[in-house]
Design a protein around this ligand. Sequence first.
Ligand code: SF4
Length: 144
Amino acid sequence: MGEKKTVKLIGIIQCDFAKERCSGFGCVNSFNLRIDSFTKYPKEGIMLVPFHCGGCPGRRISRVASNLIKRAKKKAEIEKAEITIHLASCIVTDNGHYPPCPHVDYIEKILKRKGLTVKKGSYKSKTASRRREEGLYEPFDWDG
Ligand code: SF4
């Protein structure tokens, strides 16, 4: 087993279409409270940088991820190994916005090629969870 990495910066990427009606409050609030997809992180010492994909198929992410890696190193001495990117629930889950993003594998590949750690999920909506339990929405593994 390798040494456990310290996470010093978390990026949350939102879907551009979801962003048309979503302020992003739910994801940031879940991070602040360390609930939903953020329970495993320590309460202090992590910078949060939310951004969005730029529209299908998410190619903006390549440019923004490069910028993020560069700025984090230069301004805050954060190495890319200390950055984890969460693909927001609006991208990876079946939810009140839409079914999951059809480009999610492509987006994940872009980020991993940059050397970033990728996690799936952010805010866990109660309504979407209920609809998931009722079988209306696809299941989602929050621990995956
Ligand atoms: S690439 Fe995916 S996350 Fe980005 S706008 Fe299109 S559907 Fe949304």
